[in-house]
Write a protein that binds this ligand. Sequence first.
Ligand code: CMP
Length: 140
Amino acid sequence: MAVERTFSMIKPDATERNLVGAITTMIEDSGLRIIASRRTRMTQEKAAEFYGVHSERPFFQSLCDFMCSGPIIVQVLEGENAVKKNREIMGATNPEDAEEGTIRKKHAVSLEKNSVHGSDSLENAAIEIEHFFSENEIHP
Ligand code: CMP
């Protein structure tokens, strides 16, 4: 199996409710390693760039406002099949559809306030990691 890197973000609804440790534990319990991590804040510009693929969707501005509403944690995760594994432990985008035992089932509030983001492909993982980290900040 291939060792991959993926990008993970803990969103403002989760930092606000003091869930950084709980979510980080769920990530680490899955076997993924957190090889870079930083607490930061989105700007409107950064959010619009990061979620650019959704710019024509009706929820775009609300999503950008929410992502700027509080601190976030950005992380790089590494492990076998990291992209798929992280999406499995996150659960479905809408917490109402998320399976038992997933981060979103346990902690998410709504489709927008869904606590975590994770890259959906290896290609996007590389792009999203580059949004926030330089190689010398990543320590396997
Ligand atoms: P995320 O995985 O970060 O990718 C895009 C985000 O847009 C998604 O999680 C949700 O938080 C948010 N979002 C809000 N409304 C919708 C919607 N109708 N469909 C998909 N994503 C939505």
